[in-house]
Design a protein around this ligand. Structure first.
Ligand code: PMP
Length: 352
């Protein structure tokens, strides 16, 4: 009925099953609300907020705080409504009609969507699940299509796999387009490409407060890169795009980030406990993960999903191709993980 943008005709909107689950292990969120001291500090600061005023247009305090902690200048840092906004802005800036945006697949599904909504050509580079990262396939695809932007997810969602820093550096030397390393799950891995920023002008890194730092509700993310890229992004980002509440929450969380270390460590320990327990079960393959989730290939995929849903446990069912029969489960609290493992043992034993 409506005559709308033709790029969007075939696009399926991102959708999630928002039922009221008892145990929510489907969105890679932090299983814990903010540490009490951090929450208290944010609420105290909110008391002084001038709600009638637009937020700081440059987001200067948050950018300065991030830059100081990261050993960068604030001009090398941009902030966004979640890293999602920054990824979309990068696609707007470097993509567009007749221009390709490349990304390995399977990876974060929004890369393809952002490429499409910006009218760019989504160039997905299929990579096998079990094999080591094929850096030459990525370089060849970018060169062949003269891609204008390359998106690499490290560690990768939804596989949990990592790309060696050597491979990232190799790619940076082999392609001329900007290369985004999406480090949304960095805190659960501990290795970053940040040290390459000084050497490679085409490197851009994005991170989020939505995972390890438990701020998914306010949406906050940041980008590190060449000051020129940061300035160019102002062409596409809305004025005052990051609201004052988000800026205050993210700055407070960042300045108090030591308060999150225990939970991050617990998630890493729990990730191994879950993986080890799941490997014992028949018909389940567990992929190595450096994130806060595990990718599983389950022979009885449909039955498994039905039984988890009946047990009120939300996980993310993955799609087709190499992810056929896969599901992604977020590492939750030890109690939530126990409930998941109990359900999986029952499913594997055919007792449900
Ligand atoms: N990148 C990756 C790889 C993700 O998994 C996500 C969230 N699922 C994001 C970016 C976006 O996170 P946010 O917008 O909440 O910062």
């Amino acid at each position: 009925m409506f005559d709308y943008c033709p790029n969007l005709e075939k696009l399926k909107p991102y959708s999630v099953d928002e039922a009221d689950w008892d145990i929510k292990l489907d969105a890679n969120e932090s299983p814990c609300n903010l540490p009490p001291l951090v929450r208290e500090r944010i609420l105290e600061r909110m008391d002084y907020l001038a709600f009638n005023r637009y937020p700081d247009i440059e987001g200067r305090d948050l950018r300065v705080a991030l830059a100081e902690g990261l050993g960068l200048t604030w001009q090398q840092v941009a902030i966004g409504n979640g890293s999602s906004e920054l990824l979309l802005a990068l696609c707007q800036l470097f993509g567009g009609p007749g221009r390709s945006i490349a990304f390995p697949t399977p990876s974060f599904s929004m890369y393809g969507i952002y490429a499409q909504v910006t009218g760019s050509k989504a160039l997905s580079i299929p990579l096998a699940l079990e094999e080591v990262f094929d850096r030459d396939a990525v370089v060849a695809a970018v060169r062949k299509e003269d891609a204008k932007l390359l998106l690499l997810c490290n560690p990768n969602n939804p596989t949990g796999a990592v790309i060696d820093q050597e491979d990232i550096e190799y790619i940076l030397t082999q392609v001329s387009c900007p290369v985004v390393v999406d480090e949304a799950y960095y805190e659960f891995y501990g290795k970053s490409s940040i040290k390459l920023l000084g050497e490679y002008e085409n490197l851009i890194i994005t991170r989020t407060f939505s995972k390890a730092y438990g701020l998914a509700a306010t949406r906050a993310g940041y980008l590190m890169g060449n000051p020129e890229v940061v300035r160019l992004l102002e062409k596409v980002l809305m004025p005052y795009h990051v609201n004052a509440i988000t800026q205050i929450a993210a700055e407070t969380v960042w300045l108090m980030r030591d308060q999150f270390e225990a939970t991050i460590r617990q998630i890493v320990v729990e990730r191994k406990r879950m993986a080890d327990a799941l490997k014992e079960l028949p018909g389940i393959e567990v992929y190595p993960s450096q994130t806060n989730f595990l990718l599983l290939k389950v022979a009885a995929h449909k039955i498994c999903l039905e039984n988890l849903a009946a047990a009120q446990i939300a996980v993310r069912a993955m799609g087709t191709g190499v992810l056929t029969n896969c599901l992604r489960v977020t590492v939750g609290t030890p109690i939530e993980n126990d409930a998941f493992l109990t359900a999986m043992r029952k499913i594997a034993g055919g007792q449900l």
